[in-house]
Design a binder for this molecule. Structure first.
Ligand code: URA
Length: 410
């Protein structure tokens, strides 16, 4: 069947056979199918979905496009964590530091920003010198010495997902349950951890907008995990407002350091502790109560923060050279009231617009741009109060939007 026939079949809502999926996706991997045809197929999948059979086959195709890491030489239980994507979501860096400081081995393969959501790899690359491309030997060595390591998808691990991910990012084909489930689970299986904690984000700033979608993707990802003999736990968490106080790559690294130094106490901190406790429970085989109390201790004692510094150092990052943009704009409120809502999606889009994300596959991210939120839900605001500070590329940057409208006031 030709690629056009395959696209038409999916457009008409019919199930693609294993052979059809291989023709399309392996053909794209070999460079025989152009971006425009693959984009069209991805859009048809977004519109018409996939059956469970198709989802299993596509996950398999992504996994088999590269190698699978053999973590049998890692001493200890390996627990991975992944988020389905949100705005200001830097939980990975917090929870992996905590879990590793408590003896859990965290082999993490992360992605770049996707659509209006940020990605851990882009955040880490804002640290000058940070290497996201460890070899398999270096990765395993670091897991045995530091306890956690974060790499980007290499040419060896689910490389086809990486190509499709980059195409989805710029073709409006991100928000699809089958595509998100296959993308995440192929990476998780290829990266080799025995146990996986998935943070399924739902709400206006997430890729999944409804509770029903979050429940469905959780079910599917657990089922994929079962097929590959991995223990998968999911937590459905809320993403209607940006997570924490910063959006933007370097800014979020600074925020992670503040949280691990026990200088913040907000929803992001509570969420990170809950996710870390789940990883520690799975990794050490202890009760959730015991895991939660160890998580608290790892933050108050500073051991989680030390672990983060150790990981950055081991991967060549120099935090003393981390820079945010020197050009800032304070956004003042043109309304008075009590903040009862914030539009996470609009803040995510704004960060992308400032240069923190990509509009085309070739775009380069500016690591120093972003948004620091000065007012959040529950705050009272007077006209003229600073709502947030924008870190922009250059002096004279023009803000076209009415950013006060991103907030809901009572
Ligand atoms: N995270 C991923 O790795 N893939 C997706 O498609 C969405 C979030």
């Amino acid at each position: 069947m030709s690629m056009v026939d395959i696209i038409n079949k999916k457009r008409l809502g019919r199930e693609l056979s294993d052979h059809d999926l291989e023709e399309a996706f392996l053909g794209y991997d070999r460079g025989e199918i152009p971006d425009y045809q693959m984009s069209s197929l991805l859009m048809a999948i977004c519109m018409n979905g996939m059956t469970e059979e198709e989802i299993f086959t596509l996950t398999d195709i992504f996994i088999n496009s590269g190698d699978q890491l053999d973590l049998s030489h890692v001493h200890g239980v390996t627990v991975d964590k992944h988020s389905t994507g949100g705005v200001g979501d830097k939980t990975t860096l917090i929870v992996a530091s905590i879990a590793a400081s408590l003896g859990v081995k965290v082999p993490k393969m992360s992605g770049r920003g996707l659509g209006h959501t940020g990605g851990t790899i882009d955040k880490l690359e804002s640290i000058p010198g940070f290497r996201i491309d460890l070899s398999e030997e270096e990765f395993i060595h670091q897991l045995n010495t530091v306890g956690f390591a974060i790499i980007s998808q290499t040419a060896h691990l689910a490389p086809l997902d990486k190509k499709i991910y980059a195409l989805r990012d710029v073709t409006g084909t991100v928000e699809s349950i089958p595509l998100i489930a296959t993308s995440i689970m192929s990476k998780k299986i290829a990266a080799g951890a025995e146990k996986i904690v998935l943070d399924v984000k739902v709400g206006n700033g997430a890729l999944l907008k409804t509770q029903e979608e979050a429940i469905e993707i959780s079910r599917l990802m657990k089922k994929i995990g079962e097929k590959y003999h991995r223990e998968v736990e999911t937590m459905i968490t809320y993403m209607d407002i940006p997570l924490g106080t910063c959006i933007g790559n370097a800014l979020e690294i600074l925020e992670v350091m503040k949280i691990l130094s026990n200088e913040e106490n907000n929803y992001l901190v509570a969420l990170s502790k809950a996710l870390a406790a789940k990883m520690v429970q799975l990794g050490l085989g202890i009760s959730i109560e015991e895991a939660s109390s160890r998580v608290e201790e790892s933050i108050t004692s500073g051991s989680a923060y030390q672990k983060f510094l150790e990981m950055v150092d081991a991967q060549g990052g120099d935090l003393s050279k981390l820079r945010v943009s020197e050009h800032t704009i304070d956004i003042t409120s043109n309304k008075k009231g009590h903040i009862i809502g914030m539009d996470a999606y609009k803040f995510g889009k704004l960060s992308l617009e400032l240069g923190g994300g990509r509009k085309t596959k070739e775009d380069k991210i500016d690591p120093g741009v972003g948004i620091m939120l000065k007012k959040k839900i529950g705050d009272d605001v007077e006209i003229g109060d600073v709502l947030c500070t924008l870190y922009v590329k250059e002096k004279g940057y023009k803000v076209e939007e009415d950013i006060t409208s991103y907030y809901t006031f009572q």
